[in-house]
Design a protein. Structure first.
Length: 163
């Protein structure tokens, strides 16, 4: 597993010292996309959103935090409410692309809400290919085959026209 570049982390710290939370937020979003297994980055991004007065967004990034403070718990509840307490919507919004083993290693608090239990179950289960995904692949293949067929017909017609 690659380590997060110290240079980028230093830039984030400098941005925070300059109170440039927007730039620090953008850098952290990029790092989370590149290093999804680094949950510490999610915590830092949650801190920034909380400082920017977006508790539901903070809760989104604090949701996978092991040891939540009361502020973190409140923000996570706000995030759940924003998503209608629907575990599927919460999992989609978390956008966790990292290793599922990391989630197994997390020891969540015992006072889990039923929503949090369902969310962790959904995060740990293997995603099913939906009918839409399968139809999308079939549709793309049909477009590709159609394009090739029309290209061959066009070349054939052009050659016939020349003769």
């Amino acid at each position: 597993m690659e380590k997060v570049p110290d240079k980028t982390l230093l830039k984030i710290e400098e941005d925070l010292k300059k109170n440039d939370l927007g730039k620090a937020r953008d850098r952290l979003h990029g790092l989370i996309a590149t290093y999804p297994n680094e949950l510490e980055l999610r915590r830092k991004l949650g801190d920034i959103y909380y400082a920017l007065k977006y508790p539901s967004m903070a809760g989104r990034y604090w949701y996978l935090e092991k040891n939540k403070t009361p502020e973190m718990q409140h923000a996570c509840i706000e995030f759940e409410k924003l998503k209608g307490n629907d575990p599927f919507q919460i999992v989609r919004a978390l956008k966790f692309k990292g290793d599922k083993e990391i989630l197994n290693d997390l020891k969540f608090s015992e006072n889990f809400s039923p929503v949090q239990r369902k969310v962790t179950e959904k995060l740990l289960e293997e995603p099913d290919d939906s009918v839409f995904d399968k139809l999308l692949v079939v549709g793309c293949l049909l477009v590709l085959v159609g394009t090739i067929v029309f290209a061959v017909i066009g070349v054939y017609s052009f050659v016939e026209w020349l003769m």
